[in-house]
Design a protein. Sequence first.
Length: 269
Amino acid sequence: RKRDYEGFLCSLLLPAESRTSAFALRAFNMYPFQIKDSITQKTTGLMRMQFWREAVESIYGDNPPHQPVATELWRAVKRHNLTKMWFMKIIDEREKNLDDRAYRNIQELETYAENTQSALLYLTLEMLGVRDIHADHAASHIGKAQGIVTCLRATPYHSARQKVFLPMDICMLHGVSQEDFIRGKQEKNYICVLFCFFSLPLYPVYFQARSFSKKVPVKAYPAFFSTVALDDYLCNMRKVDFNIFHPNLQKKSTLLPLRLYIRSWKKTY
């Protein structure tokens, strides 16, 4: 609830038998996710990643470490027969991301999103008892869209700390440097970058995710309620002409719980 508010709200709408497991999964995800921003030396981050890698191995060896999240995750794995590979992909990809460098291109960002955000959705589908190729396709595309949006949303936060992780190929195409984002220079140029980022990789991926909706089992829909928060952010981004530094984009959506409830009531994503 504190570190992943949108994920927390989405988990509340899952069936009762999957809800506790979803909380454990979201809590697990936050540990490797937060490591990068909580360390000053990469070696420390590698040690923490190794702890979680060994914790997952122990969970699947029926001997979880005495750590609250690991214990709950062990129960979730036993209850839903979750696939170990997805946990390892999340840890491995977060470990690769410990290096403070921008993504070289959009494909690199999509790979990161696939192995983190999409992996979370694959595990959520397993918690719901869904093993379906169309649901997996939707999860892949929605996860990539979430990863791209997360990169956008985090840009003001990272810029304030003298860092920019937006794909370099799109920035170079429009003659915008990392320094321009950090100092807020060439506003017209970096807004062109953000518009390009929105219209080229993000919109097609998101459109593809929605195109699977008629083929996806209704049972899988609760796994994809995170699209409500995506819709909310993308709509607000258009309203401020793609300026991700606009104050309106930094506010928490007070209507998100209601919109999530309406989407769950309509049984759609």
